[in-house]
Design a protein around this ligand. Structure first.
Ligand SMILES: Nc1ncnc2c1ncn2[C@@H]1O[C@H](COP(=O)(O)OP(=O)(O)OP(=O)(O)O)[C@@H](O)[C@H]1O
Length: 584
């Protein structure tokens, strides 16, 4: 409830107005059976048409007022619920952006998407319903019982005794069904996860002819969602008929005792009709209850899921780094010296060390190449430089200062990072490069593209730099996409450039030209590579094996000192020999 109260506060005027209008609508509705009883007892029974016209007119007017109040109530309820959802979604999005990488990895992406969309919409619908119907239903029930008592105490009491039974029953259903709906929402995460994987991997699925398998996998999770939804709804839906049974029993009792009382002269026909009318209104309100309870139980589950996101810790300065995209590069006066002093690192939920006792120094403007088998810790090592994760022990110094003491935004603004997985955004080629530095001029964008060896290719595209790139850059080749992401990093004019296996799709000649450009840009480059052609000209090569630094030095030093490096060299100097020779 905290989330709802916190974010609805801003819209309290609209919410109160919606409730007030609903109150008017309700008051009018509750007065109608009373008016009808007057028409029967004082008008029809007494054959007084003047009374019939008078109260008939009041009845019609009250119906018009109820109609107008209902419309206004809906209007205000929509305003409050939509505004609430907009603010909550925005806040959640901001919250997720502010997570450290570590916290972010705790939530599956599909679950975060469901929480930001489905769960927020659930709360939005619930608020609308609460303002329009939810508060109305208990008030109609309570109001009807009070009015029935006012009209005729004895007959009214027959309706009133149903109330405690109904309340106990509702509380029990509510408790059980919100737990069931939590399962439903987590199954929805599962369905969204499979959809996401399938849409992302559609090419792979087609080529591997795994459509049948994937459809089966989807059917399984979708079936699980259906089963849990049915289980949750079954509970709330059996509630409706049971409530009907209880209230209908009360109506039968009112009819039975009403007949006896009318015969004895203790009640009038109009009073009995009014009490029955109030009982019918109670049934009407109650029949909406199973639907309302389902929505409300679901909202309780959604609210818990949103609270989990809201309660997760934020990373210090994470948001600033996103906001400060413009101030990139050298203006931050980071020179680019990187020192790892006895650094060890384990992933938060893993007992195995990804890196152990790593020590090296990269001088500003120099190139460090990191080599090692898959899983040896290369990506983990470079991820520590922009502090995606914090090391478990040891110190990382940038320009001689403990990087933990450097403002994280300032640190990141001076880093150009090209991750292993290429990610382009929908937009033009220019937009994609400028994403690295939104203040970059056209000339700077083209210079970065030229350095990344993609300028010529871009000029050959139909609209050059204004060519639109489809979702995930479908109209470019793997190597072209890779170079575009390198241009995006270079346009930041970074003091430190991290290339996580980002030259894998480049041919040896293009790669050589790119490395030459990097040398002339004089940024400290940390390059993960599997290719000897990239290591030969590096100022420092780090050879990793199972998280340990087993050799470091230049190409010549490692050829002399490291049997593993020699082996890699020899294995690659079959096909790539001539190129390597020419560089050395
Ligand atoms: N998010 C994570 N949580 C837990 N363990 C992880 C995580 N990412 C990587 N690891 C583990 O850390 C170790 C090092 O992984 P890392 O990605 O750094 O290797 P790598 O050398 O970059 O591999 P590759 O060349 O395949 O990219 C591996 O054992 C891996 O299983």
């Amino acid at each position: 409830m905290n989330i709802i109260l916190t974010y609805l506060k801003k819209y309290r005027v609209a919410a109160i107005a919606a409730l007030a209008m609903m109150g008017i609508e309700l008051a009018v509705e509750l007065s109608q059976p009373l008016l009808i009883s007057k028409i029967i007892d004082n008008g029809i029974a007494e054959k007084d048409m003047g009374v019939v016209w008078l109260w008939g007119g009041v009845l019609t007017l009250s119906a018009i007022i109820a109609f107008a109040a209902g419309i206004l109530s809906s209007f205000f309820a929509s305003h409050a619920s939509q505004g609430f959802a907009f603010d909550l979604r925005e806040k959640l999005y901001e919250k997720v952006q502010s997570f450290t990488y570590e916290v972010f990895s705790r939530f599956p992406t599909s679950s975060l998407i469901t929480r930001l969309t489905g769960d927020v919409t659930q709360l939005q619908d619930t608020i609308f319903m609460a303002l329009r119907f939810m508060t109305r239903v208990p008030l109609v029930v309570l109001g009807s019982i009070v009015m029935a008592l006012v009209v005729h105490v004895k007959l009214g009491l027959l309706l009133a005794v149903t109330l405690p039974v109904l309340i106990l029953f509702l509380v029990w259903v509510m408790r059980r069904s919100s737990a069931l709906f939590k399962v439903v929402q987590s199954r929805l995460d599962g369905v969204n996860g499979i959809i996401q994987e399938n849409l992302t991997g559609i090419r792979l699925i087609r080529v591997f002819v795994r459509m049948g398998h994937e459809i089966g996998r989807f059917a399984t999770v979708s079936g699980a969602l259906m089963k849990s939804t049915i289980a949750a709804l079954r509970l709330t839906e059996t509630m409706g008929p049971l409530i009907m049974l209880i209230v209908n029993a009360a109506i039968v009792a009112v009819l039975w005792f009403g007949r006896i009382d009318i015969a004895a002269g203790d009640a009038t026909l109009g009073q009995t009709v009014a009490v029955i009318n109030y009982s019918l209104r109670t049934i009407g309100a109650m029949s909406a209850l199973s639907w309302i309870m389902a929505t409300f139980s679901r909202a309780v589950a959604s609210e818990q899921r949103i609270s989990e996101v809201m309660a997760s810790p934020e990373g210090r300065g994470e948001l600033d780094s996103a906001a400060g995209q413009g101030n990139t590069g050298r203006e931050n006066s980071i020179r680019g010296e990187i020192e790892f002093a006895d650094v060890s690192f384990s992933y938060p939920e893993s007992d195995i060390a990804a890196l152990e006792h790593i020590s090296f120094t990269a001088q500003p403007g120099k190139r460090v190449a990191i080599m090692g088998a898959t899983g040896s810790g290369k990506s983990s090592l470079v991820g520590l430089i922009p502090r995606l994760y914090e090391q478990t022990s040891g110190i990382i110094r940038i320009d001689g200062r403990d990087s933990a003491d450097i403002d994280i935004s300032r640190l990141r603004r001076s880093i150009g990072y090209v991750p292993q997985e290429v990610l382009l955004f929908t937009g033009s080629v220019r937009d994609n490069i400028a994403w690295g530095n939104e203040h970059a001029t056209a000339e700077e964008i083209e210079r970065a593209a030229a350095a990344a060896q993609i300028h010529e290719t871009v000029m050959g595209l139909p609209q050059g730099y204004d060519t639109m790139i489809g979702q995930r850059g479908v109209n470019l080749s793997g190597g072209q996409k890779q170079r575009l992401t390198i241009a995006r990093a270079l346009v930041r004019k970074p003091a430190i450039l991290i290339l996580d296996d980002s030259t894998s799709a480049l041919d040896a000649v293009t790669e050589g030209l790119l490395l030459d450009e990097l040398t002339s840009m004089s940024c400290t480059t940390v390059l993960i590579t599997q290719k000897i052609s990239s290591t030969v000209s590096a100022d420092l090569i780090l050879l990793l094996d199972e998280g340990r630094l087993i050799a470091k030095g230049t190409h010549r030093e490692l050829l002399a000192d490291s049997s593993l490096y020699r082996k890699i060299y020899e294995s690659q100097t079959g096909e790539g020999a001539q190129h390597v020779q020419s560089i050395t």
